[in-house]
Design a protein around this ligand. Structure first.
Ligand SMILES: Cc1cc2nc3c(=O)[nH]c(=O)nc-3n(C[C@H](O)[C@H](O)[C@H](O)COP(=O)(O)OP(=O)(O)OC[C@H]3O[C@@H](n4cnc5c(N)ncnc54)[C@H](O)[C@@H]3O)c2cc1C
Length: 469
């Protein structure tokens, strides 16, 4: 039964997140007014007026809920009656283990479902400023290509440094794939700093031959160009490493790969010619980012070239580097755990603007923002998903699961992220046990078992959470 005596919740942006949020709110019996500017004003990437348009690939990535983090979030969203997942399933096209969709059929289905819902009103207009005070509950889901006037209004409210127009992402590596027989923990000059231990970085040593081979590979590597509308957002301290390498063979050795203040714990008498440093990226300590390694190299080239670094020969990447046009806020400092702007209660953010990346992740944060806003409107307690679920771990990354940066005291490090197993809490010690009858139980087998256990725990905990909600 629906109850339309509630006043409406306003959503700005009918993309992946806004569409899902609208559906969740309306299904909870609360009216929604969805403001979407396409039809009146376009973006540089969208081509249609359809809601939830996929601007690039037609893939929702892996659909394997047993051992892939993206598959797990698909499964959790299906359990939570996601409109985006239901329409994707209905418009699936063959793609092996991935969930790929007919993009037009998918977007048309989402649009039709939302248009037909008795509690949803779709208004085609650009919202040019922050929601007026009369919109007491609202969600901004305007995405990576938020219109300039709205972005400016958000920036005025959140502060100059809190809204980014590009992301400059260095690759992030799963700690347990780093070879610690070659690498060692040490901060440069053993500096403890505020909140450090003197052993905060993982260091990978290169000799002169290895360094030169690495520089050659970087220079020869295949980079991705900027689209015309993206401009060339190179700014100080944020040059792609391949651009630095092109500027001079020694540039990296005097920049992010400088060996000064570091002593190889495995070989203290030999000074490394260059060192790659990795810094802890999440509070759990499962992910490490390659410091200063933002890059425009193609993904395939990145994995190949970065595995040339001693200690990273078997590196598993939670995400590869990139430099993109984006719009995202510094969520960990700005938002509370329910995605609400601390400076303006009742106003939530959802989707890529919160610092997640990808169609599925954006929709999942829309799903949560919608459920939280609907609960608030109905005077119900807001129930957060457990940290062990994919929804909970992504939410925790966005609203605070990352760590304080020791390079910029007071400012926390935060970069957009896809869902990946590095965001989930570790299993209880002793959970990974060699199966009976198996003779050789190697590192790879353990990794697979770990993923399966984390995935199974996530699905079980998600079901229990939804049953309680
Ligand atoms: C060029 C490009 C390529 C990408 N490729 C991929 C890919 O291959 N795979 C992948 O998973 N992800 C990709 N992404 C990321 C993906 O598009 C986003 O993660 C996802 O669409 C974000 O969902 P969202 O709802 O937050 O934003 P969007 O889906 O972009 O939706 C935001 C909506 O808000 C509307 N809007 C903006 N400002 C206003 C305003 N002021 N008033 C009213 N409406 C407004 C926009 O028109 C849009 O419909 C790509 C992004 C870009 C920019």
């Amino acid at each position: 039964m629906t109850d339309s005596s509630f006043s409406p919740i306003h959503i700005i942006g009918g993309g992946l997140a806004g569409s899902e949020a609208a559906w969740q709110i309306a299904q909870a019996g609360v009216p929604v007014i969805l403001h979407e500017m396409r039809g009146v004003r376009g973006t540089d990437a969208h081509k249609t007026d359809g809601l939830a348009e996929l601007v690039c690939s037609n893939s929702f990535r892996s659909d394997d809920a047993t051992s892939n983090a993206v598959g797990v979030i698909h499964a959790e969203m299906r359990m939570a009656n996601s409109l985006i997942m239901a329409c994707a399933d209905r418009h699936q096209v063959p793609a092996g283990g991935a969930l790929a969709v007919d993009r037009d059929g998918f977007s048309e289905a989402v649009t039709a479902e939302l248009q037909a819902h008795p509690l949803i009103t779709i208004v085609r207009e650009e919202v040019t400023g922050l929601p007026p005070e009369a919109w007491d509950l609202a969600i901004i889901a305007s995405g990576p290509l938020t219109s300039p006037s709205l972005a400016e209004a958000i920036r005025e409210k959140t502060g100059e440094d809190a809204l980014a127009f590009f992301d400059a992402i260095a690759p992030i590596v799963h700690r347990d794939s780093i070879n610690m027989d070659i690498c060692w923990y040490q901060s440069r000059y053993d500096k403890v700093g505020p909140g450090g231990t003197g052993k905060d970085y993982i260091n990978c040593p290169l000799d002169e031959t290895q360094y030169n081979a690495f520089i050659d590979a970087l220079i020869e590597g295949d980079a991705v160009g900027f689209k015309e509308w993206e401009g060339t957002p190179y700014f100080d301290g944020c040059l792609p490493i391949e651009v630095m390498a092109e500027r001079g063979r020694e540039t990296l050795r005097h920049g992010p790969m400088k060996p000064m203040g570091l002593t190889n714990a495995h070989n203290p008498t030999v000074k490394a010619y260059a060192v790659v440093q990795l810094r802890q990226d999440n509070a759990l300590g499962t992910l490490y980012n390659m410091v200063g390694f933002q890059t425009k190299l193609k993904y395939g080239a990145q994995a190949e070239i970065f595995r040339m670094i001693p200690g990273l020969e078997n590196a598993e990447f939670a995400r590869l580097g990139g430099l993109h046009r984006n719009t995202y806020i510094h969520s960990p400092t700005l938002l509370d755990p329910t995605l609400q702007l601390k400076a303006r209660p009742g106003l939530r953010f959802a989707g890529q603007i919160t610092g997640c990346e990808g169609y599925v992740e954006s929709a999942s944060i829309g799903l949560l923002a919608g459920r939280f806003a609907a609960a608030e409107r109905k005077g119900e307690e807001i129930s957060l998903p457990p940290a062990t679920t994919a929804l909970g771990s992504l939410l925790n990354h966005i609203t605070g699961g990352h760590i304080v940066s020791d390079e910029e005291p007071g400012k926390r490090s935060f970069q957009p992220m896809n869902i990946n197993f590095g965001l989930f809490p570790e299993l209880e010690p002793g959970s990974i046990v060699k199966p009976e009858g198996v003779k050789r139980f190697r590192g790879k087998d353990k990794t697979i078992m770990k993923r399966q256990l984390v995935a199974a725990r996530a699905l079980e905990d998600c079901k229990a959470w939804l049953d309680r909600a």
